[in-house]
Design a protein around this ligand. Sequence first.
Ligand code: HEM
Ligand code: HEM
Length: 229
Amino acid sequence: MPRTTFPRSSATRPIRIWDAPLRCFHWALVICIIGAFTTAQLGGLWMDWHVRFGLAVLVLVVFRLVWGVLGSHHARFANFVRGPGAVAAYLKGTLTTAGHSPLASWSVVLMLLSLLVQAGTGLFATDGILIEGPLAHRVDPGVSDTLTGIHQINKIVLLALIVLHLLALLWYGLVKRQPLVRAMLTGNKPAGQIPERTAPAQDDWRLWLRALIVLAAILAVLYGWVLPN
Ligand code: HEM
Ligand code: HEM
């Protein structure tokens, strides 16, 4: 008997929006942030792991900043960070975007900045007893104390931004019925929920190669030059 195939509805047809390196960045970041907060909470010998998780966050955030220039279309800052006009149009419902919404774009920028400050100050932080960041001995104790203070205050800013992020995702899922979390897992959004004729993002071995070169360069600079100096 001939098999009948039904064409997939064009509204639900999946379109690749988030490339795989960006998705790996996101979920690795989630694991490392949970690790950094948990080990800081446990204290004592766990602080060695805190520094390791923190350094991993530093590498990931620097990777994301470079990926904002070299990544696929929707990963690039130039293609999603938008001004107040676009934010207003989005809030009025006259603008839809395939990647981050104009409002979400600012939460992404703030989160990346806060993560950079947290990981950057961690390099110079010290508890004065057991543990210090790998560059703490390179600066005056006063500077290290100031940066430790920023590390302690910014953790609250970071936590607040993460809570806001999760509440926003809950709202999108429950009220707007947009499966954003699934999109960050699979990379795809249904064609019906993004502007017509959105071209799929590049997501192939060439992009992986580019991501691995960027990652290797960051690791080489951090472990070959910044930390040993
Ligand atoms: C971005 C990821 C990071 C997060 C979320 C984070 C979070 C925290 C938290 C919550 C504390 C406890 C602060 C307090 O008791 O009030 C802490 C302390 C500390 N962190 Fe981090 N940290 C991160 C990255 C780093 C990095 C990259 C390093 C070093 C390479 C580092 C080194 C330290 C040190 C030395 C302390 C002890 C300072 C103190 O006792 O106040 N952290 N961090
Ligand atoms: C430690 C907590 C988290 C941090 C620091 C964090 C950070 C981020 C960042 C920086 C982005 C921007 C992605 C990019 O363009 O690079 C993002 C996007 C996203 N995150 Fe998270 N995230 C966290 C937890 C989560 C969790 C638990 C979920 C799922 C339940 C999630 C789901 C998403 C989704 C769906 C997006 C895309 C939002 C959009 O479409 O505009 N995140 N997150």
